[in-house]
Design a protein around this ligand. Structure first.
Ligand code: C5P
Length: 232
């Protein structure tokens, strides 16, 4: 499985996205778009990125009853995204339904990932609000195993958890890891960060990098550096 850098394009609209891509010159990066851009621009934004030669991770984190998720995934399957995701908390039945819906598309099936626990959820919230009394690491590992059992391709997790997920679910089970910063960079609101080089050593399959590239004075140089350090 080839490693790659996914650029988190957290822009409010199509114009800013296109201006950013123009600054990357001939590069056609793997791009992650989330709810903000998708809700603002609609499915057309995926087609636009595909027409520019980019691969697309559509980060919508579906979480609903199995039948609803299955039907939504069947629609997403034909947009041409290369990677989509759900919340593992929707249960194994929901993840199996998601996979079934996604497999109904006419083209190649996009990769399907599960979000284990959001990194914004800490141990206190887990215990006092969600009434999950296990340690976070154990919850992440169990949710990853559920995703694997449902036939999913991998999980979104911290690079700090990549090795444990691979140990529990196998080396071929993908770990897609945000929370990446250059060693000398500003961590911003990310708390637990790793450099592209360290994420590579930790066994991440894909790193998701946003502001260290999108807010860099020279985004093309920052992207090239991520590729050099993570992919080699
Ligand atoms: O700008 P930055 O590199 O922090 O962007 C990271 C991206 O990864 C953002 O789009 C963020 O929403 C996403 N993400 C994350 N942590 C998670 C899941 C997704 O930072 N656990």
């Amino acid at each position: 499985m080839g490693k790659d850098v996914i650029v988190a394009c957290d822009f409010p609209g199509r114009e800013k996205l296109e201006a950013f891509l123009d600054r990357l010159g001939a590069e056609k990066p793997y791009v992650k778009i989330g709810m903000e851009l998708f809700y603002a621009e609609g499915p057309e934004i995926v087609r636009l990125l595909k027409s520019r030669g980019c691969r697309v991770f559509l980060d919508l984190k579906l979480h609903d009853i199995p039948n609803t998720v299955k039907r939504a995934m069947a629609v997403l399957a034909d947009l041409g995204a290369d990677m989509v995701n759900v919340h593992a908390a929707g249960t194994r039945a929901m993840m199996e339904a998601a996979l079934e819906g996604l497999s109904a598309g006419s083209g190649p099936r996009p990769l399907l990932l599960a979000v284990t626990q959001l990194t914004s959820t800490d141990q206190t919230a887990l215990e006092t609000e969600l009434l999950i009394r296990e340690p976070m690491e154990r919850v992440v590992e169990k949710y990853a195993k559920n995703a694997r059992a449902a036939g999913l391709d991998g999980v979104v997790c911290s690079p700090l958890e990549a090795a444990a997920v691979h140990a529990a679910c196998g080396r071929g089970f993908l770990t897609v890891t945000p929370g990446v910063r250059f060693p000398e960079g500003d961590a911003g609101d990310q708390k637990r960060v790793m450099s592209p080089l360290k994420a590579r050593e930790a066994g991440s399959d894909y790193i998701v990098v946003g502001r260290p590239i999108t807010a860099a004075p020279d985004p093309a140089a920052a992207y090239a550096r991520c590729i050099r350090e993570f992919v080699g």
